[in-house]
Design a protein around this ligand. Structure first.
Ligand SMILES: *[C@@H]1O[C@H](CO)[C@@H](O)[C@H](O)[C@H]1NC(C)=O
Ligand SMILES: *[C@@H]1O[C@H](CO)[C@@H](O)[C@H](O)[C@H]1NC(C)=O
Ligand SMILES: *[C@@H]1O[C@H](CO)[C@@H](O)[C@H](O)[C@H]1NC(C)=O
Ligand SMILES: *[C@@H]1O[C@H](CO)[C@@H](O)[C@H](O)[C@H]1NC(C)=O
Ligand SMILES: *[C@@H]1O[C@H](CO)[C@@H](O)[C@H](O)[C@H]1NC(C)=O
Ligand SMILES: *[C@@H]1O[C@H](CO)[C@@H](O)[C@H](O)[C@H]1NC(C)=O
Ligand SMILES: *[C@@H]1O[C@H](CO)[C@@H](O)[C@H](O)[C@H]1NC(C)=O
Ligand SMILES: *[C@@H]1O[C@H](CO)[C@@H](O)[C@H](O)[C@H]1NC(C)=O
Ligand SMILES: *[C@@H]1O[C@H](CO)[C@@H](O)[C@H](O)[C@H]1NC(C)=O
Ligand SMILES: *[C@@H]1O[C@H](CO)[C@@H](O)[C@H](O)[C@H]1NC(C)=O
Ligand SMILES: *[C@@H]1O[C@H](CO)[C@@H](O)[C@H](O)[C@H]1NC(C)=O
Ligand SMILES: *[C@@H]1O[C@H](CO)[C@@H](O)[C@H](O)[C@H]1NC(C)=O
Ligand SMILES: [Zn+2]
Length: 311
């Protein structure tokens, strides 16, 4: 790296981050408890995220069909990875898109990032399901194509301007083996990213990272961004299946990433927001038509067999 680049990074990076605001997870003067007052335009609202999903009270909705994923198979779409002081964020190439899945139109997939706890000692997903918190959560952030791939372009009056896909991450029972190769490759970058943006050179696709998830089974509700300014413009999809990654890879997030470029600064841990009041919002899911009709069919068959028995 030449001197000019060093000077550029030193001058540019702090400016870029202060412009984003000074909210945080780790310090009492800026942590999650301060957001409703410091970002009161939305963070104190009534359709905030994340929430606890109570599976028994979800409502069936026939509109929650399969998604269409564009370029999710393509292993050249992960462009850069960065530690922005609050999460690890991967920028996606243009043309990565989603549609279907009960969404009203096509959305561009802009980036994904992660939330975690403190390795083996504390889980850190944002959404909980039946009060269970998972070790990590991956969010793929999508915006309607009319917003030109820009989160800040999303109109705060558009309640579904952003579509967030949430994948809960669970630990495999054994360390070392069984993790998808894509996760092993992705986590090799964690040692190399401080605040500067690093190009991803490994061939990793989104499909590879979403290994093992049946993407036709999900929960849907209307909420917000889980970070300031908590814009209430998000249609959430939380997939029921988890991505399974070994504990040693999960632990890399809470042991390799620091809050700033100095490796002596605090570790980046527990970067999740606590669950918010549902305020009467419904969580919907697929209608289980097939299993209900199968049940009727087997009961009918059983009745018929009973009748046919030569008592
Ligand atoms: C948040 O608000 C508190 C007081 O409510 C204030 O002390 C603190 O400096 C504010 N933090 C930011 C990042 O604005
Ligand atoms: C959130 O804060 C704003 C500004 O202080 C206020 O106008 C609004 O009523 C508050 N909303 C809720 C739900 O408390
Ligand atoms: C499904 O979508 C149709 C057409 O947009 C709408 O009229 C209907 O209310 C939706 N059904 C549910 C259960 O949301
Ligand atoms: C995180 O976990 C490590 C290792 O278990 C522990 O030493 C540390 O105190 C924990 N940090 C917090 C903030 O809980
Ligand atoms: C998106 O880009 C087009 C063409 O550059 C422009 O006309 C339009 O105003 C932009 N939309 C927004 C929301 O910025
Ligand atoms: C925060 O809210 C303002 C409106 O108050 C909006 O213009 C801005 O784009 C929002 N920022 C993000 C990141 O959503
Ligand atoms: C939309 O985003 C583009 C690219 O970031 C930007 O140039 C443009 O000014 C934004 N438009 C609005 C209306 O914010
Ligand atoms: C991380 O940096 C080390 C040392 O510079 C290098 O050997 C390694 O290949 C880098 N890893 C990635 C994934 O770029
Ligand atoms: C990263 O990729 C961009 C665009 O492909 C390129 O211009 C830049 O030189 C690359 N940076 C490094 C450090 O390889
Ligand atoms: C990347 O995708 C191309 C085209 O499908 C394929 O030939 C190649 O084997 C893939 N690379 C890796 C490392 O998966
Ligand atoms: C996996 O390795 C981590 C340390 O990286 C350790 O804390 C954990 O107990 C191990 N889990 C299993 C199932 O061996
Ligand atoms: C939740 O679902 C129930 C039953 O379908 C319906 O009566 C109620 O209006 C819904 N509430 C909201 C906030 O959509
Ligand atoms: Zn997130």
């Amino acid at each position: 790296m030449n001197q000019l680049v060093v000077i550029f990074l030193v001058l540019f990076v702090p400016t870029a981050y202060s412009a984003e605001g000074a909210w945080c997870y780790h310090d009492r003067t800026c942590d999650v408890t301060t957001w409703p007052t410091n970002y009161s335009s939305f963070c104190n609202g009534s359709r905030q995220s994340p929430i606890n999903i109570v599976s028994a009270t979800t409502i069936g909705n026939v509109n929650l069909t399969a998604f269409t994923f564009s370029r999710y198979k393509d292993n050249t779409t992960l462009k850069t990875i960065t530690n922005n002081g609050r999460t690890v964020l991967v920028e996606l190439d243009s043309g990565v898109q989603i549609s279907g899945g009960g969404l009203s139109e096509v959305y561009d997939s802009l980036q994904f990032h992660l939330h975690w706890g403190n390795g083996t000692s504390a889980p850190g997903s944002e959404h909980t399901v039946d009060d269970r918190r998972y070790p990590m959560e991956m969010h793929i952030v999508n915006t309607k194509t009319i917003y030109n791939r820009s989160l800040t372009n999303v109109s705060t009056a558009d309640g579904t301007g952003i579509a967030a896909l949430s994948f809960l991450i669970e630990a495999l029972p054994v360390n070392g083996t069984g993790s998808p190769a894509a996760w092993t490759a992705l986590t090799t970058y964690l040692d190399n990213i401080t605040e500067n943006v690093v190009n991803i050179t490994h061939r990793i696709s989104l499909d590879d990272l979403l290994n093992g998830v049946d993407r036709t089974k999900y929960y849907r509700y209307l909420g917000s961004l889980t970070t300031p300014n908590c814009t209430e413009a998000v249609v959430w999809t939380v997939f029921k299946d988890t991505i399974k990654v070994s504990q040693d890879l999960i632990n890399l997030f809470s042991t390799r990433l620091h809050l700033d470029q100095s490796s002596t600064s605090e570790l980046m841990i527990n970067n999740y927001r606590k669950t918010q009041a549902s305020n009467g919002r419904n969580v919907t899911t697929q209608v289980t038509v097939s299993s209900a009709s199968e049940m009727c069919f087997s009961l009918g068959l059983m009745a018929w067999m009973l009748l046919m028995l030569p008592w």
